[in-house]
Ligand binder design. Structure first.
Ligand SMILES: NC(=O)c1ccc[n+]([C@@H]2O[C@H](COP(=O)([O-])OP(=O)(O)OC[C@H]3O[C@@H](n4cnc5c(N)ncnc54)[C@H](OP(=O)(O)O)[C@@H]3O)[C@@H](O)[C@H]2O)c1
Length: 300
């Protein structure tokens, strides 16, 4: 399982948001920025007027996506953008000026989801950028899975309480804060929420730590609770639980896991993004409270 902590810094000149170099198109897979990133205060750019969807009188649909800067999040940006959605992206990084994805900068919000105040500010900023409009989808994709000083799995005995709290703030509390804070806008659209859990939420994983695993288990339980509570508002709430997805650099030993996966391969971020898209569109209109495994059969 890959995590922000597993990944190298981007090469010089490479856009950390898309993995492309200045002047290049957006690649299918991405490299990752440095593991620990201080979030500088972001100057907030004003939103451009919102166009209608191409070839349609329908207002363009809007997605709010956390953890958009790489991996599964980046593939999700591409999937929804290709379908004509406006995508408001969130991550700790600023949207880099050299990024070749032209639609991005004015719809990017810099937020540290480990910080309650920053998250509250981001919710206010999203509401402002929606200009009173509806939010059709919220995808809670950002997640952290810290490792020990020697890259080892952080177990239930040794994990410091502060580390445990930080993991829960990003992986569990931020999703419910965003959903509650934007409930009105989601209700307006009869929208859809997708929480990104993990196979590690349901079984002990050789690389994912105890804090990460329990945060994802809690997020799966939260998805059920949210489905019950948001359902009467017309808002669907589902989860996707990825297994071993080729997001950048996988932890050493993943090849041994792959040998036991029924489909005998890693998943791709694009395969995950397609399921997220399904859950945010009418194709899944009667699906709520579900957690879809995207793991090549790893859970069986
Ligand atoms: N890849 C897998 O095999 C796998 C398996 C199971 C579950 N998942 C889950 O899938 C989701 C995406 O995984 P991924 O592998 O694509 O992750 P990734 O490549 O490591 O990207 C994580 C994203 O989260 C953002 N992020 C991290 N900490 C943040 C914070 N404090 N505030 C705001 N944004 C933050 C990062 O952006 P910045 O660095 O710019 O902030 C980045 O965009 C995660 O929830 C992960 O737990 C992944």
């Amino acid at each position: 399982m890959s995590t922000p902590e597993d990944k190298p810094a981007p090469e010089p000149g490479m856009c950390p948001f898309t993995g492309a170099r200045a002047g290049e198109g957006v690649p299918e897979t991405t490299a990752a920025p440095a593991a620990t990133v201080e979030a500088p205060a972001a100057p907030v750019s004003r939103p451009a007027p919102r166009p209608k969807a191409a070839g349609s009188n329908e207002p363009r649909k809007t997605l709010l996506l956390t953890g958009a800067s790489r991996g599964i999040g980046h593939a999700t940006v591409k999937r929804f953008s290709a379908a004509g959605w406006r995508v408001i992206t969130c991550s700790r990084h600023a949207f880099p000026e050299e990024c070749p994805w032209g639609a991005g900068p004015e719809d990017h919000i810099q937020v540290d989801l480990a910080d309650v105040d920053s998250t509250v500010e981001a919710i206010a900023e999203v509401r402002e950028r929606l200009e009173g409009g509806a939010l059709h989808a919220l995808v809670n994709n950002a997640g952290i899975s810290p490792k020990g000083p020697n890259r080892e799995r952080m177990n239930a005995i040794d994990t410091a309480l502060d580390d445990w709290k930080t993991v829960f703030q990003v992986n569990f509390f931020a999703p419910i804060m965003l959903a509650r804070g934007l409930a009105h806008e989601l209700t307006e659209a009869r929208g859809s929420i997708v929480n990104v859990t993990s196979i590690a939420g349901g079984r002990v994983h050789p690389f994912a730590g105890a804090a990460y695993a329990t945060s994802k288990a809690a997020l799966a339980a939260l998805t059920r609770e949210m489905a019950a509570d948001f359902g009467p508002l017309g808002v669907r709430v589902n989860a996707i639980a990825p297994g071993e997805i080729d997001t950048a650099i996988l932890s050493p030993g993943t090849d041994k896991l792959v040998a036991q996966i029924p489909l005998r391969r890693l998943g791709t971020p694009e395969e995950v993004a397609r399921t997220v898209y399904f859950l945010c569109t009418d194709s899944s209109a009667y699906v709520t409270g579900a957690e879809i495994h995207i793991n090549g059969g790893q859970h069986v």
